[in-house]
Design a binder for this molecule. Structure first.
Ligand code: URA
Length: 436
C-alpha cells in the first residue's frame, strides 16, 4: 500500500475500495503514516465525501483497529446511546441508570467536552473518587453487577479514531459527515453493543445547526450502524436553547440527581430522556411498544430504582457510597454566585445557545486547549426556558464563578444572549424527528 496513492485517488474524487481503506487505517494505527498524510487524507474526504460503502469500510476498519468488547456472557441486551453534543445536555447521566433499571446492560463509553459543548466524563469527574478510566475487569464487573457504567475511551478502544481525531481537530476537518460517522460509530461498535439510540442535536447550540445537515448526519449514522449489524435509530432534538436548566460540570450532576429524584417533571429534559429511554427499551426488545417502554422508564424513576442504580455505579467506580444522599458534602461549590436579571419585561423568545456554552468555558468549566484543567464548580444554573414571561429585574439565570469579576462579566453576557419579545412565544418542540 502506498498511502499517497490512496490520498491521490480520494483527492481526485475516486471511490476507494474496502481493502484500500483498511490498509490505510491499519497503517495509521501503527503510525506508519505521517500526520501530514493523515491530514491530507482527512481533507480529501472532507471535500470529496465518501459513499455509504466507503463510510462503512472506514467505520469497520477504525472499530477493528483495537479491542472489540464482547458481552455474550451477559444475560441482558447490551445497548447504548450517543449524543452529538450540546449545552446542558446531561441526558446520558440519567438515561444509563433508567434503562439499566429496566433490564438493559449499558457499557457507555463517553467523551470529554468538545468546543462549547459539555462532556459526560468532565461532569462525572466532579464526583470525588469517580474513576472514569477503570481497567476492563472493573468495567465489566460494574456493567454486570449494576447494569451501567459510564467511562472514558480506553487506549485500546478504536485507537485509529484517537489518532485521526486529534489530527482532524487541528486541521479543520471535523465537520465531515463520513468522518464524524466513522469516528462516533467506531467507538460505539467497539463497545460491543446490540442496539444504539442516537441523539442528533439541531440548532444554534449544535455542531450541525441546520435541520438538513443534522438529518444528513443522522441518516449516515443510522445506515452505517444498521449496516454494521447494530440496531440503530436517531432522534433529531432541538438545541436552540440549553436542554437542562443548568450548564457546567458539578451543576449538571446536581441537575441529574434532581431529575432522578423526580424534580424535573414536565421539562424538555424529561421529554428527551424518556423518549430516548423508550427507544432503547423497544430496540433492545424488553418492551413491545414506545408507550409501554416510557411507562417502564417512568416507573424506574418513581420507584427510586434509577437513583439507586446511579448511586451504585458511582460507588462501584470509586465514588462515595452515600453520594446521592449527601451530594452537597462532596460537590464543590463556586465561591461567587450572581443572579442574571432580565433586562426588561417580556417573553424569552430566543437565546444564543453556543455563546452560553462558551460562557461556561470562559468561566473555567471547559477547555480552551486540550491540556487545560477544568474547574468543576463553575457554570450557570436556574436557566429559564424560552417562552417564559419575565419582568424586568427577575432572575433568568444564576452564574457560578471563581471571582466577582468573572461573575459580573458573564452575567452581563448572559443577559445579552437572550432576546426578549413583547409578544408571547410558543414553546418549540424538543423532539423534531425520528430516523430509523
Ligand atoms: N464526536 C466524535 O466522537 N467524533 C467526531 O468526529 C465528532 C464528534
Amino acid at each position: 500500500m502506498i498511502p499517497q496513492e490512496i490520498i491521490r485517488r480520494k483527492r481526485d474524487g475516486k471511490v476507494l475500495t474496502g481493502d484500500e481503506i483498511a490498509a490505510f487505517i491499519a497503517a495509521l494505527t501503527k503510525e506508519e503514516i505521517s500526520e501530514g498524510q493523515a491530514a491530507a487524507f482527512a481533507m480529501a474526504v472532507f471535500f470529496r465525501g465518501m459513499s455509504r460503502d466507503e463510510t462503512v469500510a472506514l467505520t469497520l476498519a477504525m472499530r477493528d483497529s483495537g479491542t472489540v468488547l464482547n458481552w455474550d456472557a451477559l444475560d441482558r441486551p447490551v445497548a447504548d446511546k450517543h449524543s452529538t453534543g450540546g449545552v446542558g445536555d446531561n441526558v446520558s447521566l440519567m438515561l444509563a441508570p433508567i434503562v439499566a433499571a429496566c433490564g438493559l446492560a449499558v457499557p457507555m463509553i463517553s467523551g470529554r467536552g468538545l468546543g462549547h459543548t459539555g462532556g459526560t466524563l468532565d461532569k462525572l469527574q466532579s464526583i470525588p473518587g469517580y474513576n472514569v478510566m477503570p481497567d476492563e475487569v472493573l468495567f465489566r464487573k460494574v456493567v454486570r453487577e449494576v447494569g451501567c457504567a459510564i467511562i472514558g475511551q480506553t487506549s485500546d478502544l478504536a485507537p485509529a479514531d484517537r489518532r485521526l481525531y486529534g489530527i482532524r481537530d487541528v486541521t479543520a476537518t471535523v465537520e465531515s459527515v463520513p468522518l464524524i460517522t466513522a469516528s462516533i460509530l467506531s467507538k460505539k461498535l467497539a463497545a460491543g453493543l446490540g442496539s444504539l439510540v442516537l441523539d442528533v442535536k439541531v440548532g444554534n447550540g449544535a455542531f450541525m445547526e441546520s435541520p438538513e445537515e443534522a438529518e444528513a448526519l443522522a441518516r449516515s449514522l443510522v445506515e452505517v450502524a444498521n449496516g454494521a449489524g447494530v440496531k440503530t435509530a436517531a432522534l433529531l432534538t432541538d438545541m436552540n436553547q440549553p436542554l437542562a436548566d443548568a450548564a457546567g460540570n458539578a451543576l449538571e450532576i446536581v441537575n441529574c440527581l434532581d431529575f432522578l429524584a423526580g424534580l424535573k417533571a414536565g421539562t424538555r429534559l424529561e421529554a428527551v430522556a424518556l423518549a430516548e429511554a423508550a427507544e432503547m427499551l423497544v430496540q433492545a426488545g424488553v418492551a413491545s411498544n414506545l408507550a409501554e417502554a416510557e411507562e417502564n422508564a417512568r416507573l424506574a424513576l418513581s420507584s427510586g430504582e434509577a437513583m439507586e442504580r446511579f448511586a451504585r455505579m458511582v460507588h462501584a467506580l470509586g465514588g462515595p457510597a452515600d453520594f446521592c444522599e449527601r451530594p452537597d458534602s462532596y460537590l464543590e461549590r463556586a465561591p461567587v454566585r450572581l443572579r442574571v436579571p432580565a433586562p426588561r419585561d417580556g417573553y424569552l423568545a430566543a437565546c444564543e445557545t453556543r455563546a452560553i456554552g462558551l460562557a461556561v468555558v470562559e468561566l473555567g468549566g471547559g477547555r480552551k486547549r486540550a491540556a487545560d484543567p477544568i474547574d468543576h464548580r463553575v457554570g450557570i444554573s436556574e436557566l429559564l426556558p424560552l417562552g417564559r414571561q419575565v419582568s424586568e429585574g427577575e432572575p433568568i439565570a444564576m452564574v457560578h464563578a471563581r471571582t466577582k469579576e468573572d461573575a459580573e462579566r458573564i452575567a452581563e453576557d448572559i443577559a445579552r444572549f437572550y432576546t426578549i419579545s413583547d409578544a408571547p412565544v410558543a414553546a418549540a418542540p424538543v423532539i423534531l424527528k425520528r430516523i430509523g
